[in-house]
Write a protein that binds this ligand. Structure first.
Ligand code: PHE
Length: 450
């Protein structure tokens, strides 16, 4: 069977940035920044994104393009000997499971965003009862909307790489960026916004050594660049051989961190603008509010205070969130689907339906036992599985992939690679520095004084 391929560099950049830019950037990043001292978190995040996440992203993209298949088969093909092969397969399978579990909880949050978009529309149509149901937390609302969201993702993925992933990334990413920029301009013109901007951009250096801040920024950097679970690996496997991988990877990293910073410039100033309207933006412990309280209470309160523009701004905001979520979920969905197509010999349509039904079921269970399971799934997948799997991928790329193969792979798109700075630093960097740093950060979060 012929494998899909992105038609151009732009198509890859948009698809991979679409995967990277998601709720993690627009919700997760500003929320975590608000919780962890604004500018200090931003600084740590930027540091880790370029120093740790970018090299790890390069490891995934290179492995993917070299293997030209899903995570399990790729790790199997680059290893030799029984132990190495088993380790490769196990890591691959853990990646597929983690991507699927992330999709399950992600679809619940994305469903809330779709429900809020619809609620704002209902509000303008004066259908207040329906709008009320849509914004009220309930089992059925959660199940209906996560199912709708997964079905939408399924439709895109079943159309394949060029006709599904590529076309929709090209359509949705510019819309997302326009909405984001428009909202930033609007919010920054509101009274009070300036103070929020200051808190977000000016770091309090005393907070930089806080182990919780570092772990949180690490998790955020890996989650935001969609690392460890094979999404970047599979997108890498769809890049043309003559593409310059280090440059393509750098562009994805820059656009992902760029959107996170822009989102911070939207959300935190919006919070302070809401304060001017009488909204309480601090928790009992004196920290800025974050998470669902921030997105579903403080911001809607701000929109309400905007008078005529209210409905439009609310619709724009929640549409922005829904689009960002969709381009990310597409990439998560592709991980188990490509595995099923390539190892279980299923057709794309069958594989998409099977993965869709499975994720709808699991996300239904998470919705049903929301208070006891949701948080555990989020922490286990994003704070633990993602960094550990990323660590494994760096080890596979650095220690088990032959250096000559690595060089040949990258040289196809960069003939003079050996004389450049990238080749002088990166191979040793993914081999030693990245794994070491990930281990240190994970271990220090275990220590009693952290
Ligand atoms: N990077 C996405 C975000 O920021 C989330 C994601 C994680 C996507 C893992 C794919 C794989 O929201």
């Amino acid at each position: 069977m012929k494998r899909g391929q992105f038609s151009s560099r732009l198509a890859f950049i948009l698809a991979a940035s679409g995967s990277a830019v998601g709720l993690g950037n627009i919700w997760g990043f500003p929320s975590k920044a608000a919780e962890n001292g604004g500018g200090a978190f931003l600084l740590m995040y930027l540091f880790l994104a370029f120093l740790l996440a970018y090299p790890a992203l390069m490891a995934e993209l290179t492995l993917g393009r070299h293997g030209r298949s899903n995570m399990v088969s790729t790790l199997d093909s680059i290893t030799s000997g029984l132990v190495q092969k088993r380790l490769g397969q196990l890591t691959g399978i853990m990646g597929v499971i983690t991507a699927t579990m992330i999709l399950c909880f992600y679809s619940i949050i994305a469903g809330w965003m779709m429900a809020h978009t619809l609620a704002s529309i209902m509000q303008t149509l004066k259908m207040y009862k329906i709008a009320e149901w849509l914004v009220t937390f309930s089992l059925w609302r959660n199940i209906c909307f996560s199912t709708a969201f997964i079905s939408l993702t399924l439709l895109v993925i079943s159309a394949g790489v060029e006709k599904g992933i590529e076309i929709w990334s090209k359509r949705l990413m510019p819309c997302m960026l326009l909405l984001l920029l428009g909202l930033i301009v609007y919010v920054l013109l509101q009274p009070g916004a300036e103070e929020g901007l200051k808190i977000f951009l000016v770091p309090d250096f005393t907070q930089l050594a806080d182990p919780q801040l570092i772990l949180s920024a690490l998790g955020q950097a890996f989650f935001s660049l969609s690392l460890g679970v094979g999404t970047m690996l599979i997108y890498g496997s769809y890049i043309r051989s003559d593409e310059n991988l280090p440059v393509a990877g750098a562009l994805v990293t820059v656009s992902d961190t760029g959107v996170a910073v822009l989102a911070g410039m939207l959300i935190i100033p919006a919070l302070f603008a809401a304060q001017q309207l009488g909204v309480d933006i601090y928790t009992e412990t004196g920290r800025l509010i974050s998470g669902p309280d921030l997105i579903f209470h403080a911001l809607p309160a701000l929109f309400e205070g905007m008078g005529e523009a209210e409905a439009l701004v609310a619709i724009a905001f929640f549409t922005l969130m829904s689009i960002a979520a969709l381009t990310s979920s597409i990439s998560m969905f592709e991980v188990p689907v490509s595995w099923a197509i390539e190892t279980q010999k299923m057709s794309r349509l069958k594989a998409s339906i099977a993965v869709g039904v499975f994720t709808i079921l699991i996300s239904g269970i998470i919705s049903y036992k929301f208070t006891s399971i949701f948080e555990i799934v989020v922490v286990a997948t994003t704070e633990w599985a993602q960094p550990i799997l990323s660590l494994m991928l760096c080890l596979f790329c650095g220690w088990l992939m032959h250096r000559n193969h690595l060089l040949d792979e990258l040289k196809q798109g960069v003939p003079d690679l050996e004389s450049g700075l990238f080749w002088r630093i990166w191979p040793t960097y993914v081999k030693i520095f990245c794994p070491l740093l990930i281990v240190i950060i994970l271990v220090q979060s275990f220590l009693p004084f952290s």
